[in-house]
Ligand binder design. Structure first.
Ligand code: GUN
Ligand code: ZN
Length: 416
């Protein structure tokens, strides 16, 4: 499904008995089993035990918050101060960062996620640790040192050190493996005006990198942004004034957006990573799919671990359905699958390489088991495709991931 079924209802493509031909880690062909096999006589065939879909792509997640999931009691700003900033300080230690990065990437694979746009911490070594672990696993990971010169003691950079570390990392990691860089100002409140302007300058100086930040997540955060930037029309306008609203920009959340902000997101080509489990956990609200669709916004799906409560993109898609319904909108299972794969890939500007298993793309895919639990098996028995996919979306989690393939190689296999 290379296109959003919202815009192209015929984009949904399914072979009940299909063949995916992979050579040197890439999709060479795909189609109905018998006819496709005729074009590849003698090819070695492996039977896959379930529904094959593109590898999931998590469009917004924080690896250093892996051990902060389920931290009790606060909304965003207090949650950051109480639980998150203390934990992120520990990532000054490269060995600690490497241990968490390894667990985090293995957890992604266990959940069928093969690519992600990832927040590390302010520390340069936290990016090295993540990229080294991703390189070992040949995963397509985009990340970049967090910029936050207004951060707390022990978790702040400066204008000069933020720029120097960003440039060093871009230079060090350019063209290696399947990695990409994102200039990552934490959010408007964590950077000085000078650092936000410098982030905009870095983005324009490096046309191959993304920009990744948070936008309009929580009402108290939005009030604080309005108080600090009284001349800006709205939260998005703060970023816009510093050159941060572009077609390479990914904004997490966007729970509370004005129509003006939506129009500007649309005209800039920027994308929004929708993070429903996080929005529920922190009491931030429900993403407005109806508004986003009226404006034709480019959307992907993110877990936002550790405000998010699950690494599973199936669970995340299930909560996205519930968030949509809370506002009387619908998120059908085909569109949910699109958002978790090609939609997110589009945001990360890697949609030509992954996300829809088109011939020529990298062979990152997942085998989904519709009978992973007794309940799923009952609910999907004799069911059509839409029903099976929706059951996976609502009831599924990592138990439904039978196998995860990265570049055609099996990187995770569930024990039966
Ligand atoms: N806004 C700024 N930092 C963060 C973070 O770490 N998590 C979430 N959910 N929102 C943020
Ligand atoms: Zn986040």
């Amino acid at each position: 499904m290379p296109q959003d079924p919202r815009d192209a209802p015929d984009a949904v493509c399914h072979e009940p008995d299909g063949l995916l031909v992979v050579e040197d880690g890439r999709v060479v062909a795909r189609g109905a089993y018998e006819t496709t096999l005729r074009s590849f006589p003698g090819v070695a065939v492996e039977k896959l035990p379930g529904l094959v879909v593109p590898g999931f792509i998590d469009a917004h997640v924080h690896y250093p918050q892996t051990d902060c999931i389920a931290s009790y009691g606060e909304q965003l700003l207090d949650w950051l101060d109480t639980h998150i900033f203390p934990a992120e300080k520990a990532f000054a230690d490269k060995d600690h960062a490497a241990e968490v990065a390894a667990f985090f990437l293995d957890e992604l694979l266990r959940n069928g996620t093969t690519s992600a746009l990832v927040y590390p911490t302010v520390h340069e070594a936290s990016v090295d640790a993540l990229f080294e672990a991703a390189l070992e696993r040949d995963m397509r990971i985009v990340s970049g040192k967090v910029l936050m010169d207004r951060g707390p003691e022990g978790l702040a950079d400066t204008l000069a050190s933020g720029r120097a570390a960003t440039e060093a990392l871009i230079r060090r990691w350019r063209g290696r493996g399947r990695l990409g860089y994102a200039v990552t100002p934490r959010f408007a409140l964590a950077s000085s005006d000078a650092q936000l302007a410098d982030a905009g300058a870095l983005l324009s100086e490096h046309p191959e990198v993304l920009m990744h930040t948070h936008l309009s997540e929580n009402i108290h955060e939005i009030a604080a942004v309005a108080a600090r930037f009284p001349d800006s029309t709205d939260y998005l306008d703060v970023y816009d004034r510093f050159g941060l609203v572009t077609a390479r920009s990914v904004f997490a959340h966007g729970v509370h957006l004005s129509d003006r902000a939506c129009s500007r997101l649309r005209s800039s080509g920027a994308g929004v990573a929708v993070c429903p489990s996080s929005n529920l956990f922190l009491g931030s609200g429900h993403f407005d799919f109806g508004q986003a669709d009226r404006h034709g916004l480019r959307l992907g799906l993110g877990t936002d671990i550790g405000a998010g409560t699950s690494f599973s993109m199936l669970q995340t898609a299930g909560l996205a359905y519930q968030a949509a319904l809370a506002r009387e909108d619908r998120l059908d299972p085909f569109r949910a699958l699109y958002l978790a794969t090609a939609g997110s890939a589009g945001l990360l500007r890697i949609g030509d390489r992954v996300g829809s298993l088109q011939p020529g793309q990298e062979a990152d895919f997942v085998v989904l088991d519709c009978a992973a639990t007794p309940l799923l098996a009952r609910r999907t028995a004799n069911a059509d495709l839409a029903t099976r996919l929706f059951a996976l979306q609502i009831l599924g989690d990592e138990r439904a991931i039978a196998r995860t393939y990265v570049m055609g190689r099996c990187a995770w296999k569930r024990t039966p």
